[in-house]
Design a protein around this ligand. Structure first.
Ligand SMILES: Nc1ncnc2c1ncn2[C@@H]1O[C@H](COP(=O)(O)OP(=O)(O)OP(=O)(O)O)[C@@H](O)[C@H]1O
Ligand SMILES: [Mg+2]
Length: 538
């Protein structure tokens, strides 16, 4: 049996709804629009005077161009976890650049959030376009405009305005960054035309498998770098306190094939950052460099590879990436220049026209000038094979805070590679290899190549033997190279000696000729007066 009280309540409720419906129909049908709007306005004011709750509306689109509001997107991300727990009807979206589906509450759902003990209510809603509203009213052309409505008690007004809204937006942006697909950017060539809103960077998805676990290097050094990176990524407040922009410079130097580029990928994977691979030679000038910098997002690594070869940063073009026999090459080039200096000059000018005009001071400004402080949480990484060729100003601490040398393969590094490539922790051949590695210089890239299995299933013993052979070959190659260099040195010495001897004999001959001229008997003439005249004109 239904209790009498309940029945009464139900009939009361039904009659209230009926009355509202009745008045609403009259209101819509018989009251002219102008009067209706005025009535709505005053009713809102009346309710506002007695209602203790405040509402803020955040629309999905803003401005005349109806761009998607960043705040709306941040709120959507912020509310996603609460929505999936509280809302009964959910919408699933795969946002642009996101690797995860974002769940948000469907229209007219309501969820609550608690912040510092204050209750906040969020409702997803939409307004439908009426005939009085402009045609650009809705973004998708479906005549609807979505919004989130935040409702809270007026006693929390300051809390909401001073901190809750910032908290929502920051947390929402963070969630977006965590969900994003990471990217590898490179700068576009500057001689092409850019559309007004087109980016100067183009990108692909970043999907490099490198990690610090698989990076072969001294374990203590590796730990130091990992700790440094993690500390940096958590130091937002610290950098603010000491009054420094939140960025850090890394200089990775070492011979080719020692893992500099691999380490950059490992850094990006560890911190979940994007990579901006900056090709300096494609940047027209310092102004363009600054524009590129402004477009770099937070949580990113800006990389300039082979900085010593990238540009003429010290006023002299660096021609030699690969050294070794430079002295001879230099001699030959000098000879060429002597032969036809004018042609050389003309070629240089032609090259200069095409070259980037980025200067050292432009690059220094890029690293730590005022503009470099726009954007947060950035690593700047330079790599080079020849650290001594770099201008000291470029790599001083404060600009390049951490200098990391990546060098030839040590036994510790080999063990990491053996584990990665062969799943080996120990083997009786390890002792031989350790001895060899102490005596021979070989890059981790060469070790990795020797350890790569060439048969399936992999033959561990054969791989290790490959490495031992490669090491012996490297020893022989080093011996031959040293011998060749010694021969070249001796040849140069001989040449110099011969040149000096030739110069000495020429000057001797000249001196002899002078002496002969000085000591030769003077022609004597008797002039008309019967006096002697000296006819020597020297
Ligand atoms: N320390 C290392 N740990 C693991 N793998 C490495 C290491 N060094 C090199 N390798 C392997 O060798 C290859 C080449 O290494 P990488 O490109 O990182 O060298 P690099 O120092 O950047 O050389 P370059 O100066 O020529 O640019 C990588 O693909 C990687 O497989
Ligand atoms: Mg490299």
């Amino acid at each position: 049996m239904v209790p009498m009280g309940n029945m009464f309540l139900r009939s009361e409720f039904a009659s209230t709804i009926g009355s509202i419906f009745f008045f609403y129909t009259i209101f819509e049908r018989y009251i002219p629009p102008q009067l209706r709007r005025n009535l709505e306005k005053y009713t809102q004011r009346l309710i506002g005077a007695v209602n203790p709750y405040i509402q803020i509306v955040f629309h999905e689109t803003t401005g005349e161009r109806l761009e998607r509001s960043e705040v709306y997107a941040a709120i959507q991300n912020y509310l996603s976890s609460d929505s999936s727990r509280q809302a009964k009807r959910l919408k699933a979206d795969l946002m642009r650049d996101s690797k995860k589906i974002v769940l948000s509450m469907d229209d007219y759902e309501e969820i609550t959030d608690t912040y510092n003990g204050a209750q906040m209510s969020w409702v997803a809603s939409k307004t439908v376009k009426t005939e009085h509203q402009p045609s650009y009213y809705s973004r998708g052309g479906d005549g609807e405009r979505r919004y989130y409505k935040l409702t809270f008690h007026k006693k929390h007004r300051e809390l909401v305005i001073d901190s809750y809204l910032n908290h929502v937006v920051e947390k929402g942006k963070l969630i977006k960054v965590e969900n994003r697909q990471r990217k590898l950017y490179t700068n576009n060539k500057s001689d092409r035309m850019f559309w007004p809103r087109e980016s100067m960077w183009s990108h692909v998805l970043l999907d490099h498998p490198a990690s610090f676990r698989t990076l072969a290097m001294d374990p203590a050094k590796k730990k130091e770098i990992v700790d440094d990176l993690i500390t940096f990524s958590k130091s937002k407040e610290y950098y603010r306190e000491i009054g420094k922009a939140w960025k850090r410079g890394y200089l990775l130097h070492g011979p080719p094939g020692t893992g500099k580029s691999t380490m950059i990928a490992a850094m990006a994977n560890l911190l979940e950052y994007d990579i901006y691979d900056l090709e300096l030679t494609a940047v027209k000038d310092n102004t363009e460099l600054r524009k590129l910098l402004i477009e770099v997002s937070s949580k990113s690594i800006i990389v300039i590879e082979d900085i010593d070869c990238s540009l003429d940063l010290t006023g002299q073009r660096k021609r030699k990436k690969k050294r070794g026999d430079d002295d001879d090459d230099d001699d030959e080039e000098a000879e060429e220049e002597e032969k036809d200096p004018k042609m050389k000059e003309a070629m240089k000018e032609m090259q200069n026209d095409k070259q980037s005009k980025v200067t050292l001071s432009g690059l220094l400004n890029f690293i730590d000038g005022l503009w470099s402080a726009c954007g947060d949480e950035r690593l700047l990484v330079f790599t080079t094979n020849h650290v001594d060729d770099l201008d000291p100003a470029l790599i001083r601490r404060g600009r390049m805070d951490k200098h990391v040398e990546l060098s030839y393969c040590t036994f510790e590094a080999f063990k990491v590679l053996a584990k990665n490539y062969l799943g080996l922790e120990s083997h009786h051949l390890f002792e031989t290899i350790e001895q060899q590695l102490n005596e021979i210089e070989i890059t981790p890239a060469d070790v990795a190549e020797s350890l790569t299995p060439k048969t399936a299933p992999r033959d561990v013993q054969a791989c290790l033997r490959n490495l031992i052979e490669a090491l012996e070959n490297a020893r022989e190659a080093a011996r031959v190279k040293a011998q060749e260099q010694e021969e070249k040195r001796l040849l140069r010495k001989e040449k110099k000696k011969a040149k000096l001897a030739k110069e000495a004999s020429t000057s001797n001959e000249e001196a002899k000729r002078e002496d002969q001229q000085l000591t030769a008997p003077k022609e004597t003439e008797i002039n008309g007066n019967g006096k002697e005249t000296n006819n020597c004109h020297n």
